[in-house]
Design a protein around this ligand. Structure first.
Ligand code: SF4
Length: 201
């Protein structure tokens, strides 16, 4: 039978539960297209992916008629991925105004006279796509410029980043410090302490 994914509400991340539970590799992560890949030839209709999806974005159609019906329902679905972020992760997606590609790093980050906090992230990872702890609450006491940067290999190598996402702090082109790895809201206090040490040293 055939698998359908409602990409209007699917966050299309490599951490997809459906990929993790699929016993045959019928669902996989396409690195080049940066998307979940469906291979219906490999599907044995076990239904594990459908059950594993927390937002019910995956369907296993039993026959062609059901496939078409689901396809129509998906077409009519007016929701979008960001509508479900808060329920799913307790987090908001990052506002596009703060997003830059690494080719703007020189201008937007190094070239700034202000204290700049750049969050280097991997756009294949949902943990990196979300602003899990609002920056406003982390930097309430400081005047900063914040940018979220898709981390290319050169940046990662240059600043010796071992884990993404990573916060890198710059002033007048000088790297003041970096904080690597994902922090959820439970680790906010720890993160604030690390930020304070860098910003106030
Ligand atoms: S129904 Fe089973 S085999 Fe088919 S994609 Fe889902 S988990 Fe994989």
């Amino acid at each position: 039978m055939s698998i359908l994914i409602n990409f209007k509400i699917c966050d299309n991340a490599q951490e997809c539960n459906g990929i993790a539970v699929c016993p045959t590799g019928a669902l996989s992560w396409d690195k080049d297209k940066k998307s979940i890949k469906i291979d219906n030839e490999k599907c044995i209709s076990c239904g594990k992916c459908e059950k594993s999806c927390m937002v019910n974005a995956i369907y296993v159609a039993k026959n062609e008629a059901e496939y078409k019906k689901i396809e129509e329902e998906i077409k009519k679905d007016s929701r979008k991925v960001s509508d479900l972020f808060v329920d799913r992760y307790g987090a908001q997606p990052i506002h596009p105004a703060f997003l830059i590609k690494d080719d703007k790093f020189e201008l937007e980050v190094l070239g700034s006279k202000r204290l700049v906090v750049a969050e280097l992230f991997d756009d294949d990872s949902i943990k990196c796509l979300l602003k899990s702890i609002p920056m406003k609450s982390l930097f309430a006491n400081y005047s900063i410029k914040y940018r979220k940067v898709v981390a290319g290999k050169e940046l990662i190598k240059k600043y010796k980043i071992k884990k993404l996402p990573a916060l890198v702090f710059f002033k007048n082109r000088k790297l003041l410090g970096k904080i690597e790895g994902f922090y959820d809201s439970k680790k906010k206090e720890k993160l604030v302490k690390k930020i304070t040490l860098i910003v106030e040293k």
